[in-house]
Design a protein around this ligand. Structure first.
Ligand SMILES: *[C@@H]1O[C@H](CO)[C@@H](O)[C@H](O)[C@H]1NC(C)=O
Ligand SMILES: *[C@@H]1O[C@H](CO)[C@@H](O)[C@H](O)[C@H]1NC(C)=O
Length: 348
């Protein structure tokens, strides 16, 4: 009898077990289903692309921007304040010839592989800083020395990318910046991009490295020009555009080899989209330009006026959607990501 009742109990439990399994499967099915709809809602309103109709490019950027984020931020942080309490205003900059990379690394322990985010609050924007580079190690060192603490005082989440042109063909700043944009989006869905010359160091941390609802030009003045705008409409040196603004103008032209013109070309693209360039106040948007001679391999681009004339006709076909290059290496160094690329050479 003891055996019988034991068997009976097991059978009864078995029935409950089957019921339990059924119930769990139903729950699991509901969970996956609602998870999918949630994902679908999150993906659909991605980029509000209006004028560039290249779907393949849009798809490419969308897949890039939905790449998994490398930092697993705990969700609990409160937003950083509207104005960072750490800002110091105008600073006296130093350019010590004895400065070493190791010193800058030691001063910036919170930076890991070029990336930083505030530990005690959620940054208001995630910003990729793109610096085109070749043979300017000293300038880069000074810039890193000043820029890292500057960005940390602004309480930003950022990564510094150095886009290194391989080989010795004529320099192409604009194409390197297109590459930087595409490569940085493989790491994280940055909402804002700062296109930054290596020899310009910001003097005042109220010059915020965040994006606006219009493209922003950050260099009103520099010591080399008596802190005056170089010319009306100047849009070079350091500029800030959102991911979508840059996509909307199809990025920079890839065809400007040598010094000059590519920044005016970007201004024309921005104006064609009826966007308006904004600037911070002149007393804030000040830079020190570290002295250098014109590099060999970056001679004045004599063709720039002709190129500028055809921008309205060619911008849709010449830009992010036609930027072909070969990534040779991506080195994640303590203070920056070094993306080294072969971008080809000018067509004769
Ligand atoms: C601007 O300041 C930098 C750093 O002190 C210096 O190297 C450069 O010569 C200055 N330029 C001018 C035109 O004063
Ligand atoms: C970037 O990496 C390339 C390839 O290793 C190297 O030649 C170049 O010096 C590096 N540039 C910087 C600024 O670290």
């Amino acid at each position: 009898m003891g055996l019988c009742s034991h068997m009976f109990k097991i059978l009864r439990r078995g029935k409950y077990f089957v019921l339990l399994v059924l119930l769990l499967s139903v729950l699991a099915w509901i969970a996956t289903f609602s998870g999918e709809t949630e994902k679908a809602v999150l993906v659909s309103p991605a980029t509000t692309l209006t004028l560039v109709k290249e779907d393949s490019l849009r798809d490419k950027v969308n897949t890039l921007t939905t790449a998994p984020d490398r930092l697993n931020t705990p969700p609990q942080k409160v937003d950083c304040p509207q104005e960072s309490p750490l800002l110091q205003g105008a600073m006296k900059l130093s350019f010590e010839s004895s400065l070493k990379l190791k010193d800058v690394e030691n001063d910036n322990k919170g930076v890991i592989e070029g990336e930083y985010e505030p530990s005690d609050c959620a940054a208001r924007q995630s910003v990729a800083i793109l610096i085109p580079h070749r043979n300017r190690e000293r300038h880069l060192l000074y810039l890193l020395h000043h820029l890292h603490p500057f960005l940390q005082r602004q309480q930003l989440h950022y990564t510094i990318y150095v886009i290194q042109q391989a080989g010795d063909a004529t320099f192409n700043r604009a194409k390197l910046l297109n590459v930087g944009y595409l490569e940085a989006l493989k790491d994280y869905s940055w909402e804002c991009f700062i296109f930054h010359d290596v020899d310009l160091v910001p003097e005042n941390d109220h010059n915020l490295y965040i994006c606006d609802n219009q493209p922003k030009h950050l260099v009103v003045g520099r010591n080399a020009t008596g802190y005056k705008l170089r010319y009306k409409g100047y849009f070079g040196g350091v500029t800030a555009m959102t991911r979508d603004q840059f996509l909307q103008v199809n990025g920079f032209s890839n065809t400007y080899w040598g010094w000059g013109g590519e920044d005016d070309d970007l201004r024309i693209r921005v104006e064609l989209q009826k966007m308006k360039i904004v600037r911070p106040p002149a007393d804030v948007a000040r830079y020190t330009m570290v002295f250098h001679k014109r590099d060999s391999g970056n001679e004045i681009n004599k063709d720039r006026m002709r190129l500028l004339g055809r921008t309205p006709q060619v911008w849709r076909k010449d830009g992010l959607n036609s930027c072909s290059y070969k990534t040779l290496s991506v080195e994640r160094l303590p203070l920056y990501v070094n993306v080294t690329v072969d971008i080809g050479k000018p067509q004769s």
